[in-house]
Ligand binder design. Structure first.
Ligand SMILES: Cc1cc2nc3c(=O)[nH]c(=O)nc-3n(C[C@H](O)[C@H](O)[C@H](O)COP(=O)(O)O)c2cc1C
Length: 369
């Protein structure tokens, strides 16, 4: 395993160099580390509980946590969600996270690569492959950039820039609107279709993802029509990107508008169910407010193939590599215990082991984790 030592100073207070970095992404990281950017609204996962299996014919130490995403094998059904890159500070965070992803066989995405497509000298700051040679790695572009004319050529540049296995196209209409960013999404579906078709010819999967506002069944069906190979249905209940933009706003007016939309979005539990109902076989990543292995297990039981976390990993990476390791080990141990105590020898066997509170309570009373 290739590892490197990153000092706390690399991702601590800003240095002179990072002060020159693209300011918006720096402010996003600071807001996510220092401010109250979480939804008050919950993921809805707390309304579900597992049916306890008092007699599991299993050994806790021999459960099969393996999963797959984008045609690549994972040792556990967990992804480090896309966040950053393109700056010295972002690179240090990514490399610390990537080293842990490699160690535990997880998947990972980098943050939007727009900055490096527009300023190629920043491509170096997205490099993680040397510390994570075996990690299923997702490149990242925004739907807003597709509306501005990005197509297959830019998608291929983003992928080759980091040696990615797949591409995420992130959808963030509310975030763009409250920050006054790319707000003309006309033609995005047509361009997404062109990218999916072009990359599919070389076996490169394109996944669509929300950033926190969730997906309806109708949206999922339209994305399937575009040819996406998978979806990350990221829902409400964790980091609110309207609140992040409110904290980063430069004017009172945009701060107020950001806060007005702070609770906008479909909760993660509903978003998972929506996409799974619309596309029963489509590879599905669940994210948005997952904080523990119990959340992860519930997301999988509701229909996701794997789960992803963003801000919990950012906070851990800021604290140090040991904190990232502790987070991953806790999440995986909690997942293992959920599997053990529901008689699920494989991750897939978690499906159908959940009850919604108040539904079927007679056989499950008192089992809520
Ligand atoms: C600092 C930070 C930067 C982010 N930047 C991106 C990005 O560039 N592209 C993207 O698709 N998602 C981005 N996200 C969104 C996350 O991947 C995720 O969808 C969202 O934060 C909700 O997950 P959480 O509740 O686990 O934080 C970012 C998240 C954080 C915390």
């Amino acid at each position: 395993m290739v590892r490197e030592v990153i000092s706390l100073r690399d991702i601590g207070p800003r240095t002179d160099e990072t002060l020159r970095d693209p300011e918006a992404k720096q402010r996003h990281i600071d807001a996510c580390l220092e401010q109250s950017v979480e939804y008050v609204k919950t993921t809805g996962l707390e309304r579900y509980h597992f049916v306890n299996e008092a007699l599991p014919e299993l050994s806790l130490g021999e459960l099969d946590l393996s999963a797959s995403i984008a045609g690549r094998a994972l040792r556990a059904p967990l992804m480090i969600a896309p966040m950053t890159g393109g700056t010295a500070r972002g690179q240090a965070i990514n490399r610390r996270l990537a080293a842990v992803a490699e160690r535990y066989g997880l998947a990972m995405g980098v943050g939007s690569q727009r900055v490096a497509l527009e300023s190629p000298e920043r491509a170096e700051y997205f490099r993680v492959r040397d510390v994570a040679p075996g990690v299923p790695l997702f490149a990242n572009l925004g739907a807003g950039q597709l509306a501005r004319g990005y197509g297959p050529a830019e998608a291929r540049r983003a992928i080759s820039m980091i040696g990615a296995d797949a591409l995420f196209v992130h959808f963030n209409a509310v975030q763009e609107a409250v920050q006054g960013g790319d707000c003309d999404f006309r033609g995005v579906a047509r361009r997404l279709t062109a990218i999916c078709r072009d990359l599919a010819a070389d076996g490169i999967p394109v996944y669509a993802r929300e950033v926190c506002f969730g997906m309806s069944e109708a949206t999922a069906l339209r994305l399937v029509d575009c040819g996406v190979a998978g979806i990350d249905c990221c829902g409400a209940g964790g980091t609110s990107w309207a609140k992040v933009e409110a904290w980063c706003a430069r004017t009172d007016r945009s701060r107020e508008i950001g806060l007005s939309f702070g609770e906008w979005g479909i909760p993660t539990s509903e978003s998972i169910a929506n996409v799974r109902h619309a596309a029963p076989e489509l590879p599905l990543v669940a994210s948005g407010g997952l904080c523990s292995g119990i959340d992860l297990a519930k997301a999988i039981a509701l229909g996701a193939d794997i789960g992803a976390m963003a801000r919990p990993f950012l906070i851990a990476a800021h604290a140090g590599e040991e904190a990232v390791v502790r987070l991953v080990e806790n999440v995986l141990e909690e997942l293992r215990i959920c599997m053990f105590a529901t008689g699920s020898g494989t991750v897939r066997e978690l499906r159908g082991k959940l009850r919604r509170d108040g539904v079927g309570a007679s056989d499950t009373r008192g089992q809520s984790p």
